[in-house]
Ligand binder design. Structure first.
Ligand code: HEM
Length: 474
């Protein structure tokens, strides 16, 4: 990151579509409704709204939600500026440390911390390095057998021909993988309960992000009561994980070991309950997005039988009937291309927000401190300027084609706040796709096509029912 970079950027983009060159200093944008601005249209169909906004107004679009000023940007040069070159000028969440009033309105510190992940930005930026070694290199090779074992345990419960709801199934699998690999915990009997708890929290975060006018969590509504209960339950699960965790793990070290070691050196750190919430946040971030990615991958494979055939052939030829390991990833190139393409068409985090800490100039426009910057991988990934036949599922683009333009492909974001779980997610997903494909095909049933619901993660609205068909027919 170039910290000395001037706080300006002239993108080469300049409204290449849908408009004459700019001649004033307010970015173009769709007209809003008095008082609420663009909030209602955005909320009704965020991805459709942003797609139209980019098409009609160009790469820098002004939006408002109530009194909140927002800029939606959609050009790799602008994305690089915000996510990487000038990253320190932006925050992911609130720009100020929480006050007593914030805690009070949230109905307690617990609730505040959970719905405002990553909370204290400085804390997280400082502490992120502690988690990093758990999600990279040799650690990933260590988790490989657990990831495959979880996939095997999971499909052992499937009955030939049964209809499963794939998003729920992939949620169960990715939760088991994260809990077993990173937390050294296994709670198959409480899995659905933990998923429901996480879902309530994610639903609430999404709701707050998309509804400008709403009651703070302290107000005794039914939703707020559910949120408080979910936060309490999430906290209990994390406390149980720490309690159940053996003092000496298998020596390799997982998240709980890392926290315990940190606690020996800096007892003050662990006395703050911040860690519990970071653990909860990592559990949610670590399973929700992967579940979504795997769900759309199965959906796309079922829609494209020749792609699925090629995948099965690659898996059979590479593995010859044995279980996959991390070392096989380099050979499973079609699996990798399929997964990358699924992340392009259905990025599990379809909207990445930032907030400007300070005044800034972007694409020639003055951006006031407090402005929200919206980045939408869904829109950028489907832009013909950056991906040919952008709406088509074409995994071969990742094998034969040129690399995409830098900062045009952002399923894991980019810059210093990029997803720390990218390697973990890719490893678990490809191992799971390969292992499940050895035994099963997942087939779509006739019915309405699934609708992506842009929550914090791009879930399919009402799920996707699919039939599990054993490859050997028994
Ligand atoms: C396919 C699966 C995944 C996708 C698509 C994904 C995507 C993302 C994205 C887009 C961000 C936002 C970065 C930003 O604001 O710039 C993010 C953040 C994060 N992800 Fe992932 N993620 C995935 C899996 C995981 C996994 C498996 C873990 C952990 C085990 C994880 C942990 C995190 C954490 C802790 C953050 C916050 C990073 C920070 O603020 O510094 N993610 N992820």
């Amino acid at each position: 990151m170039n910290n000395d970079a001037p706080a300006t950027l002239s993108a080469q983009s300049r409204h290449t579509r849908g408009g004459s060159p700019r001649n004033d200093h307010i970015p173009p944008g769709p007209r809003g409704v008095p008082l609420v601005g663009n909030a209602l249209h955005f909320r009704r169909d965020p991805l459709g709204f942003l797609t139209r906004a980019a098409r009609e107004h160009g790469d820098t679009v002004r939006l408002t939600a109530g009194r909140q000023e927002m800029l939606f940007i959609n050009h790799p040069a602008l994305l690089e500026s915000v996510l990487a070159t000038n990253a320190r000028r932006f925050t992911r969440s609130k720009s100020k440390p929480p006050t007593r009033l914030d805690y009070l309105l949230a109905g307690g510190e617990d609730v505040y911390r959970v719905i405002n992940f990553p909370g204290d930005e400085d804390f997280w930026v400082r502490e992120r390095h502690r988690f990093n070694p758990l999600l990279k290199g040799s650690a990933l090779a260590r988790y490989g057998p657990t990831m495959v074992r979880m996939a095997e345990r999971h499909i052992s419960t499937w009955q030939q021909g049964e209809i499963v709801e794939v998003h729920r199934e992939m949620g169960r699998l990715s939760l088991d993988i994260v809990l077993n690999s990173l937390y050294g915990a296994d709670y198959p009997d409480r899995r659905d309960e933990i998923l429901d708890t996480c879902e309530t929290i994610v639903r609430d975060i999404t709701h707050r992000a998309t509804h400008p006018f709403q009651a703070p969590p302290i107000v005794p509504t039914r939703e707020n009561a559910k949120l408080r209960k979910a936060v309490r339950e999430g906290r209990e699960v994390m406390e149980r994980v720490i309690r159940d965790h053996p003092e000496v793990h298998d020596g390799a070290g997982d998240l709980v070991d890392v926290l315990r070691r940190a606690g020996e050196a800096e007892p003050d750190l662990l006395r703050s309950s911040e860690w519990l919430y970071q653990m909860m946040a990592l559990l949610i971030a670590g399973h929700e997005t992967t579940a979504v990615a795997l769900t759309w991958t199965w959906y796309l494979l079922a829609q494209h039988p020749s792609t699925a055939e090629r995948l099965i052939k690659e898996v059979d030829t590479t593995l010859g009937g044995r279980a996959p390991t991390k070392d096989d990833l380099a050979s499973l190139r079609w699996c990798d291309a399929v997964f990358k393409e699924a992340l392009r068409l259905y990025p599990p985090v379809p909207i990445i927000p930032r907030m400007a800490y300070e005044e800034f100039t972007l694409d020639g426009y003055a951006v006031a401190a407090g402005t929200v910057i919206l980045i939408c991988p869904w829109v950028t990934h489907r832009d013909e300027r950056f991906f040919s036949e952008a709406e088509r599922f074409r995994p071969e683009r990742w094998l034969d084609g040129p690399d995409p333009q830098r900062y045009s492909y952002l399923p894991f974001s980019a810059g210093p706040r990029t997803c720390i779980g990218q390697g973990f997610a890719t490893t678990e997903s490809i191992l799971a796709i390969a292992r499940i494909s050895q035994d099963y095909r997942l087939e779509l049933r006739a019915g309405e096509p699934p609708r992506p619901a842009p929550w914090v993660g791009l879930r399919p609205h009402n799920g996707i029912p699919m039939q599990v068909v054993r490859r050997n027919g028994n």
